[in-house]
Design a protein around this ligand. Structure first.
Ligand code: ZN
Length: 280
């Protein structure tokens, strides 16, 4: 089992949307906003070598949208999916499995690209099985009003048309070492992979706890479809995480890749924060 961080670059989202009802005077010190109230967020994917499989968890925003679309998100940073895979010594054709936690564009955009003639879409990972949750897939095909701008047809239809789509089995296991925690607060049936590495367990938090700043139970994003459910799921997860000494991996935290948690007199807090390589 070997893990590598795949940094696909940063984007900006409104701080208010990211922190919901938490006032700016509280979040702005740790998460400074620019003159447009935008905060900078990572799109951090994870490459897992598990036996003879090379599994990529999420794919970032991708490169096929229009300039106008990208102008809303202020892409920045030196890294991209291509560069980070290259740095890891991996080609797109080497990936055997792409696990999409959910189908919001900042998680699955890199899974589909233009063909060389730019007249049709094709899968970015030609030899991979693409994994989704069946109920999430149906949810994304017929989106509610809130999530409609996040589920882009061009990220979804080419995957089903390719014949490379598979749904995670009922036991929620991708392999002996990787199983899915399901969350229904952010969207319907989001999958947060739990990865066993020796005696440690790493949990890829996706949008359940997108950054270290979102650890407190009441820090709920404006994007979440069921805010009370997020709080319930997060409270249960945080307890499980402390009791089992999980390592949390943050997809969107601009600086902190991972954290461990502990009980304090002010509730469950991050105890150690750092890079993945500090922990594994
Ligand atoms: Zn999302």
């Amino acid at each position: 089992m070997n893990l590598k961080v795949i940094d696909t670059g940063n984007f900006k989202l409104d701080g208010g949307a990211m922190f919901g009802v938490v006032p700016k005077v509280i979040w702005q010190n740790l998460n400074p906003a620019d003159e447009n109230n935008l905060c900078n967020w990572a799109m951090r994917c994870l490459l897992v070598e598990d036996g003879n499989r090379l599994i990529l968890i999420d794919t970032g925003i991708g490169g096929k949208q229009s300039d106008k679309f990208y102008s809303y998100y202020y892409l920045n940073g030196d890294q991209s999916l291509e560069k980070s895979l290259h740095k890891a010594g991996v080609d797109f054709g080497d990936i055997t499995d792409v696990l999409l936690t959910h189908l919001h564009f900042d998680h699955c955009g890199g899974a589909v690209k233009w063909n060389t003639k730019r007249d049709a879409y094709e899968l970015a990972f030609p030899n991979a099985i693409y994994w989704s949750h069946p109920e999430h897939w149906n949810h994304a095909l017929y989106p509610n009003v809130r999530e409609k701008p996040s589920f882009l047809e061009e990220n979804i239809l080419p995957i089903s048309q390719s014949g490379q789509l598979k749904f995670i089995p009922d036991d929620l296991k991708l392999s002996d070492n990787i199983s899915m925690l399901l969350a229904n607060g952010h969207t319907e049936k989001m999958m947060c992979p739990k990865i066993k590495i020796g005696d440690k367990t790493l949990v890829y938090m996706a949008d359940m706890i997108p950054s270290a700043a979102h650890i407190p139970v009441n820090y709920v994003m404006g994007y979440d479809i069921r805010p009370l459910k997020v709080m319930e799921e997060k409270a249960a997860f945080l307890k499980e995480a402390v009791d089992n000494n999980y390592l949390l991996f943050f997809e969107h935290d601009n600086a902190i890749e991972c954290a461990t948690l502990g009980y304090t007199d002010r509730g469950i807090k991050a105890i150690q924060k750092g890079k993945l390589s500090d922990f594994i």
